[in-house]
Design a protein around this ligand. Sequence first.
Ligand code: TXA
Ligand code: MG
Length: 355
Amino acid sequence: METIWIKEIDKTCDMEAIQEAGRIIRAGGLVAFPTETVYGLGGDALNPSSSEKIYAAKGRPSDNPLIVHICRLEDLEVVAQNIPEVAWKLAEEFWPGPLTMIFEKKEIVPKETTGGLNTVAVRFPDHAIAREFIKAAGGFVAAPSANTSGRPSPTVGKYVYEDMNGKIEMLLDGGQVGIGVESTIVDVTQNPPMVLRPGYVTTEMLEGLLGEIKADPTMFEVGGNVAPKAPGMKYKHYAPKGELMIVSGCDEDIAVYIKKQIMKHQKEGLKVGLITDKGQAQGYVADSIKLIESRNDSQQLARDLFKFLREFDDEGIDRMYVASVEQTGIGQAVMNRMLKAAGHRVVDATTGKLI
Ligand code: TXA
Ligand code: MG
């Protein structure tokens, strides 16, 4: 299959292309599209064979449910039932936006879309192209992140193309997305609601609105044997081809540790990549350096993390280092994704030992 790559859709807002994308979905095909978080790999959420095609294109296990994307609040009631009051409150505050809620599903949603579960994940994205596309597609688009299963989620169109060329009918390329990590997932079938995946809508923001909120304890574990509540969170994720290591400690110790590691690896003939802030970057002779403004600016790291990991792959980097970030605000989501990408390897810069 030839994948039609529509470039700069964010600038052109080419409605003809969006209508064509909608027709593809209604005919049972697949289209990748930008959202404010990451790119989605869309199919008709109400068509079981579309969901099967999504799993095949991603190489994803079919027990891992998909998120149903809507473009009108009233459409929530088409796919979800027993919607609790708290969900309307969350919707009013955070929709459209980077929040996914888990509900009891209605009959109309096929089991293929929900990975066999009786619940359904629903998201109303805040991205003009995404919303026009969902509307053109009939209102219900099932979409996981548009990466091959296990790889970093794509935040620029070219990485969607890299993974999906030949497997989907069309790619709506809207440039680099704004947020860069996937939506926050909140299970509202429980009381109090439970955060299953941290994201741009932070635990602090949810607490501010609802008072009490739980968090799936597996979100914060470094090792961990307990299965997470969101089935997808148990799989290997965001893995770059090389090895990523998270370094924890004060700035000075981190700098000393990383310099030692660079020397060691380069002697072994390995290429080393770093994600570091401007202040520290001068001291390094790494093969590739990705700059962030400040170690404490988790928002920028959220936006660029997956792109950096993909770029390291393109550059043939074998070993990568990044300093840990504080697990507050968006830092919680960033650290969660970094831990997965690093296979949970965190080293203490002072002792050189794994934590
Ligand atoms: O920001 C996002 O949410 C992006 C964009 C494209 O909207 N989508 C995304 O989808 O990240 P995906 O498939 O990569 O991640 C969906 C996560 C998985 O961990 C899955 O297990 C969980 O949501 N999930 C979906 N339905 C669920 C359900 N009924 N119960 C519990 N977890 C569910
Ligand atoms: Mg994903």
